[in-house]
Design a protein around this ligand. Structure first.
Ligand code: IPE
Ligand code: IPE
Ligand code: MG
Length: 253
């Protein structure tokens, strides 16, 4: 019996798998990971950053071109103030501790989300990390921070409406491309695969427009436990999916 390359399970046979060009990850379950160990939620967030560092490396090694991670949603403002402050500080610390490594690894960083309302020092940091990695040509790491899919569509709609009001654009000339190129993710291909950890099976306002034809994979591990084995299982699941895009047979990737 010949081995189906999609479910072959040696590293060498996995390599030719269909690796997503763009992978999105909803990094969920830090709090429950900590609770299960009798730790504070904040400790779960610290472990979550380690998982993210590991995921970036995996994406580089396996040839994912764009990785979008959901790190703070516009709805996460409803959490206790101390937890929000902790998550914001973690982002600062991640940038400070990992910037050199990201540059060395040829990673380009883009932060997507609403900038309004963020502290000036945080905005400077975001601009700095984007500028210092802008010339890199390897993995594009897109961090969805203070991000909400609905808010993104509202911002895009306002820009398009302003163009119409100013006479620069006719309503009948608005196309899907007009909208796509007005989103934060302008120029980035839509995610082929979106993974959510922690057993929750919902999108929670992540990449609403862009997820129209993404394959969704939900895994039970809490985010801090997501490791190389989990990553490979997800890629195998993705490779087995038949993507039809409304047609009747699988589209070649
Ligand atoms: C994901 O973990 C991180 C953020 C949303 C910032 P959670 O903090 O949501 O962890 P759970 O879902 O409460 O376990
Ligand atoms: C989604 O997780 C947001 C991030 C992972 C940053 P949440 O924990 O905020 O989502 P809900 O509230 O369970 O839907
Ligand atoms: Mg959660």
């Amino acid at each position: 019996m010949s081995l189906d390359p999609i479910i072959a399970n040696t590293a060498a046979q996995r390599q030719p798998l269909r690796v997503p060009v763009h992978m999105g990850v909803i990094m969920d379950g830090n709090g429950r990971w900590a609770k299960a160990r009798g730790k504070r939620r904040t400790e779960g967030h610290i472990e979550g950053v380690k998982s993210l560092r590991n995921l970036v490396e995996l994406c580089i090694n396996y040839g994912v071109a764009h990785l979008t991670v959901f790190s703070f949603s516009s709805e996460n403002w409803s959490r206790p103030r101390e937890e929000i402050a902790f998550i914001f500080n973690l982002l600062r610390r991640f940038v400070a501790s990992d910037l050199q490594r990201l540059i060395r690894n040829n990673v380009r960083v883009r932060i997507i989300g609403t900038r309004a309302g963020l502290e000036a020092s945080l905005l400077r940091l975001i601009d700095d990390v984007e500028a210092k990695t802008a010339g890199n040509t390897g993995l594009e790491l897109i961090v969805a921070f203070n991000y909400g899919g609905k808010a993104e569509i509202v911002e895009a709609t306002r820009r398009i409406a302003a163009d119409v009001a100013a006479g620069r654009l006719k309503p009948e000339d608005i196309t899907e491309d007009t909208i796509a190129s007005s989103l934060y993710t302008s120029g980035i291909p839509d995610p082929d695969l979106i993974v959510r950890t922690s057993g929750e099976q919902r999108i929670s306002n992540f990449l609403l427009w862009q997820a129209a034809y993404s394959e969704l994979v939900f895994v039970d591990e809490y985010w801090p436990d997501f490791d190389e084995a989990s990553f490979l299982r997800v890629l195998e699941t993705f490779a087995r999916r038949e993507r039809r895009f409304g047609g009747i047979e699988a589209a070649t990737p």
